[in-house]
Design a protein around this ligand. Structure first.
Ligand SMILES: *Cc1c(COP(=O)(O)O)cnc(C)c1O
Length: 379
């Protein structure tokens, strides 16, 4: 083989993380409290132009707390995009509520607003009450049809949670994603656009909600000198050491967005001649951070291009690629959940592939990926 491995999306440190960590060690703030947490929250709020942010242990924890604060409970239903990662909907199950899955539209690959409205009307008819929340995702960093989704949410007065785990830095009409809903959530997992090694954040313009999130994330301690609890709490706070990494990463976030977008431009230019390969373009007003560059294959007359075959071929050349997310309504664990589907997400899953998209990819590594792909689609 002889070639070093090309990863799908690996952590990319900027250089200022260690000095921040050093500070945490020198002050001995090696815990889920400390000045880096507060500073990281402020920097995230400033960057996204939102009033309040709570730094948490994961994006999944952020969605869980958003649902709890919105009052979602056992027996409720929550509308959720089916084309996503399980972190979007597992927290719905944690609350005892039932996820109701909604398919995507073909323009952004995110929740179809027309189908969402039909699904809500049908749930109200079948259950006699409306769903308790909507979980919308901006998959691969691509802004969803957020204005239309907001209109549906407002029409039925259902709170909206924006899962921007993959979309930090993306904008719609100049406004950062994660700031349109009642809550926005971000993830700093190792493969995301910036990382704290593991972590997440909950964002909202409501100060009391974010205060409540911090309270629930630290075991719901009542204000008393001893440990007293009147509510069930969670251990969901981000550590001060992780927040130190996050502060270093915030300094390079815009560079990371540029680098990921440059990956997309490189791939789409290099492969533009092949009509079997399609790229997802940005609708008017949308700016995607291009967290992962994704392609879909169209079968031409003379050959069938199977993304799994392509994936295995890339693997032979020590290049990591991955199928698009397998829709949640096709997951064994969610097979009992209601689903409103048109087939868009399933088709994407069957025909798509995520290409290596790290912000640390070199020109020659991207060249290797393109060469390996050309061999597959040119035969
Ligand atoms: C990564 C991710 C999450 C979960 O974030 P974690 O920090 O890994 O818990 C949720 N939703 C989407 C769409 C994600 O990609």
């Amino acid at each position: 083989m002889g070639h070093e491995r090309i990863w799908l999306s690996s952590p990319h440190m900027g250089g200022q993380e260690l000095p921040f960590i050093q500070e945490a060690f020198e002050a001995n703030w090696i815990s889920p409290v400390g000045p880096h947490i507060t500073a990281f929250e402020k920097e995230l709020a400033l960057y996204n132009r939102i009033d309040h942010v709570a730094a948490l242990s994961s994006g999944t924890a952020a969605i869980h707390l958003a649902l709890i604060i919105l009052g979602v409970k056992a027996g409720d239903e929550v509308m959720c995009q089916t084309f996503t990662f399980s972190g979007s909907c597992n927290p719905i199950a944690y609350t005892g509520a039932m996820p109701v899955f909604v398919d995507s539209e073909a323009d952004t690959w995110n929740m179809d607003p027309v189908l969402l409205e039909e699904a809500i009307i049908d749930r109200i008819k079948k259950k006699g009450r409306k769903p308790a929340a909507i979980v919308l995702v901006h998959l691969y960093g691509m802004p969803s049809k957020i204005a239309d989704i907001q209109n549906v949410a407002r029409k039925f007065d259902i709170p909206l949670i924006e899962d921007a785990a993959e979309a930090l830095g993306s904008t719609f009409q100049g406004r950062k994603l994660g700031t349109f809903g009642d809550f926005g959530i971000y993830s700093f997992n190792g493969n995301k656009i910036i990382t704290t090694s593991g972590g997440g954040a909950l964002a909202s313009n409501s100060e009391s909600w974010i205060q409540k999130a911090r309270f629930l994330a630290t075991q719901a301690r009542d204000p008393a000198p001893y440990y007293q609890h009147s509510e069930i709490g969670y251990n969901y706070r981000l550590s001060n050491v992780s927040a130190a990494i996050g502060r270093g990463q915030m300094l390079v976030l815009d560079d990371r967005v540029k680098a990921r977008r440059a990956n997309f431009d490189f791939y789409s230019n290099a492969l533009s001649r092949f009509e079997e390969v399609s790229f997802l373009s940005e609708p008017i007003g949308a700016m995607s951070n291009r967290w992962l560059t994704t392609i879909t294959f169209k079968n031409s007359d003379n050959q069938e291009i199977n993304p799994e075959k392509v994936r295995l071929k890339l693997e032979e050349e020590n290049i990591e690629s991955r199928p698009l997310w397998k829709p949640m309504h096709l997951q064994p664990v969610f097979s009992d959940c209601p689903a409103y589907v048109t087939g868009v997400a399933q088709k994407l899953f069957e025909t798509g592939l995520c290409l290596p998209s790290g912000s640390n990819l070199t020109e020659s590594q991207r060249g290797r990926v393109v060469e390996a792909l050309r061999k597959q689609v040119m035969r």
